[in-house]
Design a protein around this ligand. Structure first.
Ligand code: ADP
Ligand code: MG
Length: 286
């Protein structure tokens, strides 16, 4: 290929807010036929708000929230940020914790007032009582509890980025097959997929961070040339595994480092622009 044309392409990318790491990335971009989108922070803003708290027995909502927020104060996950922000909005004073431990893709735990408190997915508890097992609000639900027992459910809602649906449509028009990939529950994932027009059959939910890259590898084994778009630490292995890794500029440094392209605008239409740019640039060369 002609290096000059490729460099012109990468320069134009920079002006579109697309940071391209090296000229040969455009060649990879042109070959992509499948695109896997992470949900939280990629298709959605990742700025979550607490919408519902349901407690077991006579435990007060504020007590459950205070315990959860005390633990989550040490977490960086969007769910954790929502819980801490909600406690702040209710002016709850958070007790200091010790022995904080992050459980990637699952939750976090710490000792609060002498008790080991866990916050996160239902699998972290031996028992999730019926009263808190099925929250009615739409969104992502996590549980807070101690002694092996979940004591309250906390549901947070995320906002789909306004430009995501348009991007999904444009990607389909460009001939790409789009998947939604997430560690979140199936129900939350399907809601977002419907919002942006990804068929339910192409939603892969409940995926552990260490398994995200396996889904990419599986598509590659079936002959697909795959781009992955993500933002989190938990996406890094998948971004590296993909034929083309694309990181949201608003995401973590780990994701950006594992990627070939960084979207400074943090909006999915920039992916469409990157593909159009690569096709146009390589046409110039030929
Ligand atoms: P995603 O793929 O949506 O970015 P993750 O793989 O990071 O999500 O996490 C998967 C799920 O684990 C989350 O949807 C949430 O239910 C739970 N989770 C992860 N970290 C935390 C945390 N710090 N607090 C509560 N729940 C968490
Ligand atoms: Mg994410």
């Amino acid at each position: 290929a002609t290096p000059t044309a490729l460099l012109v392409g990468t320069g134009r990318g920079a002006r579109l807010g697309i940071l391209i790491k090296g000229a040969d990335v455009l060649e990879d971009t042109r070959r992509i036929d499948t695109i896997v989108l992470d949900k939280t922070g990629t298709v959605t803003t990742g700025a979550m708000t607490l919408v519902q708290v349901v407690t077991v027995g006579r435990l007060l909502k504020d007590q459950a929230l205070r315990a959860a927020a005390a633990v989550e104060d040490g977490s960086e996950h969007p769910v954790a940020r929502a819980i801490v922000t909600a406690a702040g909005a209710r002016a709850l004073r958070l007790p200091a914790v010790t022995a904080f431990e992050s459980l990637p893709g699952a939750g976090a735990r710490a000792v609060v007032n002498g008790t080991l408190v866990t916050v996160g997915r239902a699998e972290l508890f031996d028992e999730v009582p019926d009263e808190v097992a099925r929250p009615t609000a739409e969104g992502t639900t996590v549980w807070v509890g101690w002694g092996g027992r979940a004591r309250a459910s906390l549901t947070v809602a995320d906002t789909v980025r306004r430009s995501s649906a348009r991007a999904v449509r444009d990607l389909a028009e460009a001939g790409l097959t789009t998947y939604l990939l997430t560690g979140d529950h199936d129900r939350a994932a399907v809601t977002v997929a419907r919002d942006v027009g990804i068929p339910v059959g192409r939603v892969v939910a409940d995926v552990r961070p260490e398994d995200k890259h396996a889904m990419i590898a599986d598509l590659q084994r079936r002959g697909r040339v795959v781009a992955m778009v993500g933002d989190g630490v938990n996406d890094a292995a998948a971004l590296a595994q993909a034929d083309l890794g694309i990181a949201m500029g608003s995401g973590t440094d780990v994701a950006a480092e594992a990627s070939d392209i960084v979207l400074l605008r943090s909006e999915l239409p920039a992916v469409v622009d990157a593909i159009a740019l690569s096709r146009a640039t390589l046409r110039t060369i030929r």
